[in-house]
Design a protein around this ligand. Structure first.
Ligand SMILES: [Zn+2]
Ligand SMILES: [Zn+2]
Length: 123
């Protein structure tokens, strides 16, 4: 199996929320529509640690469902503070859409990337 370069390599893990988790999200004072019962991991394929999917956002707090093979939980995070700094054409494309402290590379606008500091230390 070959993988095209440039393809978005998202972790394939999925989770189906149970009734208690859906009830938790329903009780949040969020303006957004209710959470889907099935969520997909939003981290980079092959990431370390728990899988994670954004469930709901309430003001500056993002509630992420995190799960492993044996357990799942819902935790509050702030957005990852890292911004992509390659160009200045569109701010919306540069903000990492994951949570603060997430494993793997940053993600936004359908691609993963390293921050400038990380790129310099890796290469
Ligand atoms: Zn995952
Ligand atoms: Zn990030």
């Amino acid at each position: 199996m070959s993988i095209d370069s440039g393809e978005l390599l998202t972790c394939p893990a999925r989770i189906t929320l149970d009734a208690a988790q859906l009830a938790f999200f329903d009780r949040l004072p969020a303006a957004a529509p209710s959470v889907q019962s099935e969520l997909s991991c939003e981290l980079e394929r092959g990431h370390e640690g728990s899988h994670a999917a954004l469930g709901q956002q309430v003001e500056a707090t993002t509630w992420w469902v995190q799960w492993t093979l044996s357990a799942s939980e819902i935790n509050p995070y702030t957005w990852c503070p890292v911004h992509r700094s390659l160009d200045t054409t569109s701010r919306d494309d540069k903000d990492c859409t994951l949570f603060d402290g997430h494993p793997g590379r940053h993600s936004s606008a359908q691609c993963y990337w390293h921050s400038k500091e990380e790129t310099e230390s890796v290469q």
